[in-house]
Design a protein around this ligand. Sequence first.
Ligand code: GCO
Length: 482
Amino acid sequence: MNSKNPSSAPTFPSNFLWGAATAAYQIEGAHDLDGKGPSIWDMMCRKEGAVSGGVTGDVACDHYHRFKSDIAMMKEMGLKAYRFSISWPRVIPQGTGAINRKGLDFYQALVDELLDAGIQPCATLYHWDLPLHLHHQGGWMNRDIHHWFAEYADLMGRELGDRVGWWMTLNEPSVFIVAGYKDGNHAPGFKMSTTEGLRCVHHTLLAHGNGTLALRAACAQPVHIGMAPAGYAKIPDTETPENIEAARKSLFTVAGQSLWDVALWMDPVFLGKYPDEAPRVFGEKWHHPSEEDMTLIHQPLDFIGYNCYSGIRVRAGQAGLTDSQSATSLAGGGSAASAAPEDLAYPQEHPTGLLSWLMLAPEALYWKGRFYSDRYGQGKLPLVVTENGFCNLDWVGIDGCVHDGARIDYLHRYLLGFRRLAEEGYPVGGYFQWSLMDNFEWAEGYKPRFGIVHVDYATQKRTLKDSAHWYRNVIESNGANL
Ligand code: GCO
């Protein structure tokens, strides 16, 4: 690895998955149609003050009714792959037991339509919309959830495993556990202790493991299975060996009890053990998992997926982030609250998206990919960016176009970082821009727009933003024109 040789650079492989991503609750709507059961986000949106503007995902982008024209649009954009999530309560309304044929038919039709359009379907099993019925049985606090999740994974493998070749078990487990169960700003809105939170972490990892086993067994063809974890990249401030090692250490150290640290989530999945320092860092709150549990969690995976929006610079021997900065809650990538002592603060005037956690850090895809590949893939497992994107206040201009130059600049810079991985010989499998279209941004409501397609929520009119046209050209050139 690291034999930097840009001149003869083989860049993106010919089967590279150039994609865009969405999630069921953020786009589908049809929240109670055709037998769908309620989810914890249906509940959360009805809690006074939980979601900015009091909005819900009841209709969202109405994708449930418009998926055919949405897929025609994806085809026009030249997408090679589409990452969507399956709504668990749409297919098993109570989370276990009786299935909902109409819900399954929706995903069957979606997958067929994608394949007809020449677009590779890539399915996420869990993107945060837990069946409410399971929540009432403890949800992620109940260890049985790994059986419930495996039952659901088995069903989806049998239904779609003959045509869907790429799967992700869980989207950003650290976010749905920390924001949902510890900080309380996401569904179900709990504020639990660290001890209880650690239990949820463990149950989540067990669900990933058991779900992977069940899914692989149920699919009628060999499939690619991975996860889509969150977390800030750690970027060496300058590329000296000392700073690089400081950044690596900062990325993989459990630095506090926040539960955001990536190693807490990734080490069990890829290495079969929690980070060595975890029992010391958590003290009496630690739960001492059994060997059997760790074996179940540690299933072989087919790629290293990572959601990546931002990063923190690291310099060896430097003092840490200030208190006010480390208190910032960062929905899309973890929290600087677990900052290692050598992490550096960005100055206040540093460019960000509409959401302040989204600081411009173009080297993020490169450094996260490199550190993950070295630690978890021995440089062999393909790296797949499962999410990367930018949010702004985009609007349709007087000329009928959406001029989102800042997003183009963001995507361009980040993709160059990803291309550097390929140039240095790291295996790269795909890149999913977040998001295909503007959608329901969880507790932030509809104001931050992440799409490369603009959605007018009053009329459901879609307008390709300048970035969608730009991305089509990138895809057409297989990244050569970056
Ligand atoms: C996440 C989720 C997405 C978000 C996106 C922007 O990362 O929080 O995967 O559902 O919409 O990341 O915050």
